[in-house]
Design a protein around this ligand. Sequence first.
Ligand code: ZN
Length: 436
Amino acid sequence: MAFHLRDVTLLTSDSPAQTSTDIRIDDAGTITEIGRALPRHDTDGVVDAKGALCLPGFVNTHNHSPLMIVRGMVEDKGFAPAYIPGVPQGHWLSEDDTLALARLGVMEMLCAGATTIVDYYRCPEALAQAADEFGLRAMIGGRVMDMDTAALAEGRFERDTTLGVETLRAALDVIEKWDGHDRISTILAPHAPDSCSRDIFTEMRNIAAKTGKQVHTHLSQSQWEVDQLIAREGMTPTEFLDDLGLLSPDLIAAHCIFMSDSDISRFGQANAVVAHAPIGNASFGAAAPIKSLKEAGARITLCTDTKSADMFEAMRMSLATARWRAGMSFDFNAREVFGWATTAGAEALKGHAATGMLRVGDPADLILLDPLAPNLHPVLDGFGIVAHSGSAANVTDVMVQGEWLIRDRRPTRVNMEDVITEAHTTAQKLWARAAS
Ligand SMILES: [Zn+2]
């Protein structure tokens, strides 16, 4: 139905916050008018926002929603704890387990104001289903890898061709099933240079060339990965992707931490996209060279990488970690990171309608923040208060394409209590197995 959203404080793109603004949204979910005291149409549903800050929905560019299984349990155990004995292993998750955990992950991202997400892991069909149930825009990928992870954890490269065949088949199945869907699209997602052989990366590159799909991978997440690639291929992970012809504007690479000056320059010259995960990186003591990457020509987007899902925190942490890494550099500000969390993400991801902006003609992908939250006042230019003081807990309502998916902090399509109960039961079961 058409909506007349009354009295918002609109914050979008590069204009300062506009107070006492009305937004009109048509039946198709497109913004048709923005202005003060717009005339009301009889058929419109009217929502009085009471001056609430209204932002474009966030674009959260890198996540693995089933990793909810380890949240709160492994963060203090060092790097890549997923392969440690005593922790549930990803390959134990059935389709049903994956779906139960993905629902929790997707629900958290949506409640936190993300209207477009990238989600990839094994059992991608479950990820697509979870996103479809909640109704947000999602780019889904099946995680493809063909290295034995247990051997990798011990520093040995042992090819597991069966795993490669299985994960590639699941990735292609999800593309075939979901492409053309209204709000779900797909990506190619080789896991990382150290967990995928040259052969499987080459196969992914050929599929990308044939289908026009974007490639999304982890890159230079650890010094260990860099050392392994030099030992295996005689080149850094970035050089390896370059050698394969994968450095391009269609490459989305998560982390990009341990890169040489030459890696940074190659990546930047290709205008490739960084899915910057400042919270996850900092949690294991690292910070990506974002200032150098940006200056070299890389495009920066933000993600929470299945940590808190709080994109406000990601904005804040991206500023803090960039300043720390570059030595008290104030090259970036709140307005810029707001762009990373919205427009830059929307521009980087192909195959969906999101723009990360709220202008006439844009799809109504928007969020409302609690107008009485003390941490959101005073609102002056708007960007500063949102990036430096905002919180996912301030998000009260979320709309995608004119449809309310969250109202008063509750999902409209799915029962919140059921999702939490189901995920909790699944986690208990898998942790009990890990302990036995
Ligand atoms: Zn990741």
